[in-house]
Every structure is written in structure tokens, then in C-alpha cells.
Design a binder for this molecule. Structure first.
Ligand SMILES: Cc1cc2nc3c(=O)[nH]c(=O)nc-3n(C[C@H](O)[C@H](O)[C@H](O)COP(=O)(O)O)c2cc1C
Length: 514
């Protein structure tokens, strides 16, 4: 199977939804928490310090070091603000309670696992760890220097983000691989931005030998390696380090918990994953993609509010500190609709954070363009616009009320029409494939997820709400936007507006018992 066949065969249409006989088997729902049992477990201190740099500054590239007392506090902080549980919801009728995390996930199913390797961290044993979000602890799977040839780096911390596709396929069937890739993009940005807020740099690598990495990190067979993220020191870095040890590796490995009684096979997911694997690096470094096309529009956006002073001027930012914003971030179940609008400056601020560079081996050229359905924006007529990032301009493609279209194209989800602005992310899958072969399919979706994550945080920082939307009628979006095949295909939708409060939401308490 090629990426094209997979993508075609997982498009939503009226017909595909009618044909689908998929029902949710609640008894067989996969456990959203992976544990590697029977290994030493290291505590990560509770309530690590809040990264205080304003979220919009972090999103716009500002890095500020906060000295960490010790390595366990440093790691605790990094994970608490990128991957930990941050809230829970209780269903009143059943009393059922479930956890929500800092990083969002389609259907809250969380296919992404965080593994990390440390080398030369002060008062922290070199080794390989798996993060256990249900208890905010690190499972020590190996001790010593594992000679991480997969990263070719001296970074003191290297994360490996993996996907357990079955968790997602349980609900979404064959289309689930797309969502696993989006979720990796979200998790990557969650980690990269938390690192930046703590004064560190990060570098993501998507170009690696899949089977070698899986072997080296001794992943359970249901976990697929997707992205390596190195956390590096910079001039003002807060990572507490020492000389790396050279002692022999001791493996504990651990026994991966079984996630459900039965695992249903999804042949198309197996096939697309196989197609996007790299099995030899004979050609060496990752290829360069053709440059991102540029263009212009008739509407110049006002300057974005990115500094403390700007925000005071616009009164636009009630929750500022990065740490508060990431832990408060939630997906809105719906938006208020009505007549309340966001300002053009708020829209400009939201769009500006998507233009900041991504630091990754596959991100020298961008593959994703933003088209927006302007629904309730003061100073911008309702319509459909294309965003041209280099010039911060909008090109008007359609005029008139888009509420029905935005919701209808998003599989009839009201929230996309009740938002103030809804996005179609259009991925240039062909250009990505010309540079990276089938592997490019992963990179386009990582980028879309990463953009989505920045949108979530920018919205939250501005006192708004947001929701990623993985469900849309693919071909109808292309027709509505009048896209020629060479302009790309829709890969993700996203909505921002005034969220309807969710009475089931409970702020995070100290109870970790998930
Ligand atoms: C890739 C992706 C696709 C999503 N698709 C939808 C969607 O189509 N409709 C929806 O209401 N929410 C969607 N969501 C939001 C998730 O349901 C939400 O992230 C999850 O329930 C966890 O809640 P939280 O974001 O508040 O932590 C999506 C989220 C992601 C990351």
C-alpha cells in the first residue's frame, strides 16, 4: 500500500459513513495507560515550579531558564507541563471518571507513549525510562549508557514518542493512523514548548531506521517509534548535568501491560505503517523538499500581540504564564455561537504563532497551508480566506456566512460553525512524497498536529477555547475550497472561539489513581 491508497481509502464521505458498520466495544476498550511492570520506578517530585514566561512569548520563540534544584525536579517539570494528567471529567449519570492530559488526543484515547533516555544528568542515573502519566513516575527500563546510535547526539535527554495504533483504531478504525500521526505532532510541540519555557532547545528527528530504533529501545511490539526529540542545553540552560557514566548497561525491560482482552487487526493501518518505514539509510541525510510556495492577499493583518505590553493594550490575555496556560488547555465540546466576536488582532496573534519555525529534520520546508472560515471576527467580513504567512496577509476566496459550511464540512459537527474561526489545514502530500517518499505522509501530519498544538495554546493564552477536528468530508472540503490537486489535500480541521463550559470538568487534584 502507498500513502495515496491509504489516504484515498480512509476519506470520509456520506457513502463511507453509511457503509460503516463499526460499533464501539466498550468491554474491549484499550487501557489508555501503558505500564512496563516489574521495573524500578523513580518518583518525579509533585508540584514542580510553574514556568512563568508568558505563553505567547514562549510560542513566539522566547526561551527563559529557570534554575532546577535537581534532575528529578527538572524531569518532573518537563513532563508535568507536556504529558501529565491535568484534569479529569466525571459523568454525573454513571459516576465514571476519566483523566485528561496536557497534550490533547483524538477521542482522548492517547495512542502516544513517552520514553526517554538520559545521559549525564546530575543525581539521576543514566538509563532508559518510560513515563507513567497515571502516577507521574519514571519506569526505569535500563541503567547505563545505551550507546544511542539512533540519535547520534550528546544531548542529555532524548525522548522517543511512540504510537499504539490499536488504542485509536478501537474507535476510529482504519482512519486512526492519521490521528496517531496528528497526536504525535501535538505531543512533540507539547514537549518542545515546555523545554523552551524551561530554557532548553529541542530538535526532532523523524528520519530514522524504524526497526533499529524499536530494537534498541526494546519497545513492546504494539508500540511503533514515530519521533525522536532531543532536549539540548543552550547558553542559559537549566539542565543540571555531570559527566556521563560509562558503566555497563543493565536491562530490566519490564513487562508491558495488556491493553485489552482482544486486539483487532486493521490491515490498512499495518500496511501504511510498513509503507512509511525507513529500512535503510543508504542515502544518508534526509532530503531537502522543494521550497514552500509563496503568495499574497488583499488583507494585511495587524501586528500580532506578542509581548507583555501588547497584551495589556489589548486586554487580550487573562492567563499568561506558560505553565498555567498548558495545564488549563482543554478542548471545547462546543462554542457559544451568537454574536460575540474575536478581534482581528487576536486572529493575527493566533496565526503568528503558526509561522514560528519548527526545529526538526523534516521541517526545513513547510507542507501545511491554512485556509480559514471567518465566522465571527471583528473587522473581517465572513468568508473563506487563505493565509499567506510570509507577508501576514489573507486572500479572500469566498464571501458570506460560512457557519453551515464550516460545520457541514467538519462531518456536521456544530462546534465548527459556532466557533469564531475554523481552519482547514491543507497538506501538500505530493511535495512531501517527492522529497521523502511515503515517509513524507507522516511528516505532513506531524506538522498539522504541531500547528494545532500551537493554536490550542495561543487560543488558551488569549482566553479563548479551541478544538482539533480530525473528522471532515475530505473531497467536499477540496471542492468547497476549489483546490486543484497540486494544491494539496485536507489533513486536519481546527476551531477556535468562546467555549461552552463543561460541567463535567474537574480541575486536577492530587489523586493520580487512574
Ligand atoms: C487529532 C485530533 C482530532 C480531534 N478530533 C475531534 C473531533 O473531530 N471532534 C471533537 O469534538 N473533538 C476532537 N478532538 C478533541 C479531542 O476529543 C480531545 O483532545 C480529547 O477529548 C481530550 O480532551 P482535551 O483536549 O480537553 O484534553 C480531536 C483532538 C485531536 C488531537
Amino acid at each position: 500500500m502507498t500513502w495515496r491508497e491509504y489516504h484515498e481509502s480512509t476519506k470520509h464521505s456520506g457513502e463511507s459513513l453509511r457503509r460503516s458498520s463499526h460499533v464501539l466495544d466498550w468491554v474491549n476498550m484499550p487501557d489508555p495507560f501503558r505500564h512496563y511492570e516489574g521495573v524500578p520506578v523513580l518518583d518525579l517530585p509533585a508540584d514542580p515550579p510553574v514556568p512563568q514566561t508568558p505563553a505567547l512569548e514562549v510560542l513566539n520563540g522566547v526561551s527563559s531558564a529557570i534554575p532546577a534544584e535537581d534532575s528529578s525536579t527538572f524531569l518532573s517539570q518537563l513532563l508535568y507541563y507536556s504529558a501529565a494528567i491535568s484534569a479529569s471529567k466525571r459523568v454525573a449519570s454513571t459516576g465514571f471518571q476519566y483523566a485528561l492530559r496536557v497534550n490533547p488526543s483524538s477521542g482522548n484515547l492517547h495512542p502516544t507513549e513517552f520514553h526517554f533516555h538520559t545521559r549525564g544528568l546530575k543525581e539521576w542515573p543514566d538509563g532508559l525510562y518510560h513515563y507513567r502519566p497515571s502516577a507521574h513516575m519514571a519506569e526505569q527500563r535500563a541503567l547505563g549508557d545505551l550507546g544511542m546510535k539512533s540519535t547520534d547526539s550528546s544531548a542529555p535527554i532524548v525522548f522517543l514518542l511512540t504510537s499504539i495504533a490499536w488504542r485509536e483504531a478501537w474507535k476510529y478504525g482504519e482512519r486512526a493512523y492519521r490521528y496517531c500521526l496528528h497526536d504525535i505532532g501535538h505531543a512533540w510541540q507539547a514537549l518542545a514548548l515546555a523545554a523552551r519555557a524551561m530554557g532548553c532547545e529541542s530538535f526532532a528527528a523523524g528520519h530514522f531506521l524504524d526497526d533499529d530504533v524499536a530494537r534498541l529501545w526494546r519497545l513492546h511490539e504494539d508500540e511503533w517509534p514515530m519521533l525522536l526529540v532531543e532536549i539540548r542545553r543552550n547558553a542559559g540552560s537549566s539542565i543540571p548535568v555531570r559527566e556521563a557514566s560509562t558503566c555497563e548497561t543493565v536491562w530490566y525491560g519490564g513487562h508491558a501491560n495488556q491493553l485489552s482482552t482482544e486486539t483487532i487487526a486493521y490491515p490498512r493501518i499495518e500496511a501504511i505503517h510498513a509503507a512509511t518505514k525507513i529500512s535503510n539509510l543508504a542515502c544518508g541525510a534526509i532530503s531537502l523538499a522543494e521550497p514552500t510556495p509563496t503568495g499574497s492577499g488583499e488583507i494585511k493583518l495587524p501586528p500580532a500581540a506578542s509581548s507583555r505590553r501588547d497584551r495589556e493594550d489589548t486586554h487580550a490575555c487573562p492567563a499568561t504564564a506558560f505553565g498555567e496556560v498548558v495545564r488549563k488547555r482543554r478542548s471545547a465540546l462546543d462554542f457559544l455561537g451568537g454574536t460575540q466576536t474575536i478581534s482581528l488582532t487576536q486572529l493575527s496573534t493566533i496565526l503568528a504563532v503558526t509561522t514560528q519555525p519548527f526545529v526538526a529534520d523534516f521541517a526545513a520546508a513547510r507542507f501545511v497551508d491554512l485556509y480559514l472560515y471567518a465566522l465571527r471576527i471583528d473587522g473581517l467580513g465572513p468568508g473563506v480566506y487563505r493565509f499567506w504567512p510570509e507577508r501576514a496577509e489573507l486572500e479572500r476566496l469566498r464571501s458570506g456566512d460560512q457557519r453551515v459550511a464550516a460545520a457541514g464540512l467538519s462531518l456536521g459537527q456544530d462546534l465548527a460553525g459556532n466557533a469564531c474561526v475554523t481552519f482547514s489545514m491543507i497538506g501538500d502530500l505530493e511535495r512531501a512524497a517527492r522529497a521523502h517518499g511515503d515517509r513524507g505522509y507522516r511528516y505532513v501530519h506531524f506538522e498539522a498536529g504541531a500547528i494545532g498544538h500551537r493554536l490550542y495554546l495561543a487560543a488558551e493564552a488569549l482566553g479563548l477555547g479551541a478544538t482539533g477536528i480530525g473528522a471532515f468530508y475530505d473531497e467536499q472540503v477540496h471542492s468547497y475550497l476549489d483546490l486543484a490537486p497540486e494544491q494539496g489535500q485536507v489533513v486536519y480541521h481546527f476551531a477556535i472561539g468562546f467555549p461552552v463550559p463543561d460541567s463535567r470538568l474537574q480541575a486536577y487534584s492530587r489523586w493520580w489513581g487512574f
